[in-house]
Design a protein around this ligand. Structure first.
Ligand code: 8OZ
Length: 366
């Protein structure tokens, strides 16, 4: 039996047509090749197994060495990395899938051992986050950051621009800017982490500037129809907070809408946690934005179908269910049971918990 909801209808996203409204959310897996940060040998299989999603978004991928904050996350700044990602996009496309890469700069959520010459990670302000990263095989407090000089900001924008060019060279259908979860662009946007007194600090306009300038540069390279962004207005992830997130994000989304980005991907509530952590009017963002609204965080089949039918979103991103169910689309269509995920194999390791989850077709008969 096949369940029929809007979730399984096609969707025209800019120049591409998605087979359904399910998006595989970006998921950090820490399986890149140590030292070169090229996607690991199983990455192409992992993404291709999940190619029946309407759109795949890759794990966050650093735009520069400085932008890395965890052990063995992939990059998209070197030639070898581009060649590694090409294997992934080719295999996904062979299976009829569509794939965007998530472009990432962690800012202060990093460790000196991941930075060139043991340098301090960079941030809007020299305020250390309360939090840990995974480095040298274990968890460690993030390092004390240094505030970026005003003169360094064009270089950050250039890193995103170059990464976008690399992503297109690697065969991606588009890019997603990581503007969420307490990393660099959100650190600039939110006043808990940004105490600057120059053109990038203070007012909402000034704090939103870097996210919008990066977006403009990425759009100039990829085209607006191939540029999305992910935001998380009220998440406490990675120790960020803002005194007035509604006003901040209404302003940011007005700016993104003017740039005609193809989608706005919103983590509603606390990333990976409660959806109702703080009051926030997500409909205000949807109504302001000219492109597609991608809703994320804690969705299941019922909620996803309901929200799409109510036209409160265009696409729904699922995270952890896609880790353990390569054929999530088929399972939801049939109303079949879902595999549970194993948290112990989320970050790092090999095939176990990565490419060995079974599809319905491969499950042994009862
Ligand atoms: C889990 C572990 C490390 C990084 C995010 C890129 O939260 C991440 C991430 C998630 O956006």
């Amino acid at each position: 039996m096949s369940r029929s909801t809007k979730l399984f209808e096609t969707y025209k996203l800019g120049p591409i047509t998605l087979a359904n409204r399910l998006v595989m959310a970006p998921l950090t897996r820490n399986r890149a090749v140590p030292g070169t940060f090229v996607p690991g040998p199983l990455a192409a299989d992992y993404y291709a197994q999940r190619a029946s999603a309407g759109l795949l978004i890759t794990e966050a991928s650093q735009v520069s060495q400085q932008g890395q904050g965890y052990q063995d996350t992939p990059g998209i700044y070197s030639k070898e990395q581009v060649a590694g990602w090409r294997k992934v996009t080719d295999k996904v496309h062979e299976r009829g899938g569509k794939i965007f890469i998530q472009l990432w700069h962690v800012g202060r959520i990093s460790h000196v051992d991941l930075q060139a010459n043991g340098a301090a990670p960079v941030a809007p302000s020299a305020i250390r986050a309360k939090g840990k990263t995974f480095v040298n095989g274990g968890f460690a407090d993030v390092s004390e950051p240094r505030a970026l000089e005003l003169s360094e900001i064009p270089g950050i924008i250039d890193d995103f621009k170059r990464a976008t060019k690399n992503a297109l060279d690697a065969g991606f259908d588009g890019v997603e800017i990581h503007g969420a979860n307490g990393y660099l662009l959100e650190q600039f946007a939110k006043d808990g982490a940004n105490k600057r007194t120059d053109a990038y600090g203070g007012s909402i306009e000034n704090r939103a500037k870097l996210m919008l300038e990066v977006s403009k540069a990425v759009v100039a390279e990829a085209g607006a129809g191939r540029t999305g962004i992910r935001i998380s207005p009220v998440t406490p992830a990675n120790d960020v907070s803002d005194s007035n997130p509604q006003a901040l994000y209404d302003h940011i989304v007005d700016g993104l809408s003017a740039l005609k980005l193809v989608y706005l991907h919103v983590v509603e509530g606390a990333t990976g946690g409660p959806r109702d952590i703080a009051p926030f009017d997500y409909a205000s963002l949807r109504n302001r934005f000219s492109g597609a609204y991608v809703a994320n965080n804690g969705y299941d089949f019922e909620l996803a179908s309901k929200v799409l039918e109510a036209n409160a979103a265009d696409l729904i991103a699922f995270g952890k269910p896609f880790i353990s169910n390569p054929d999530l689309v088929e399972r939801l269509k049939q109303g079949a049971a879902l595999n549970d995920w194993d948290k112990n194999t989320f970050y790092g390791g090999g095939a176990k918990g990565y490419t060995d989850y079974l599809t319905l077709a491969a499950e042994p008969a009862e």
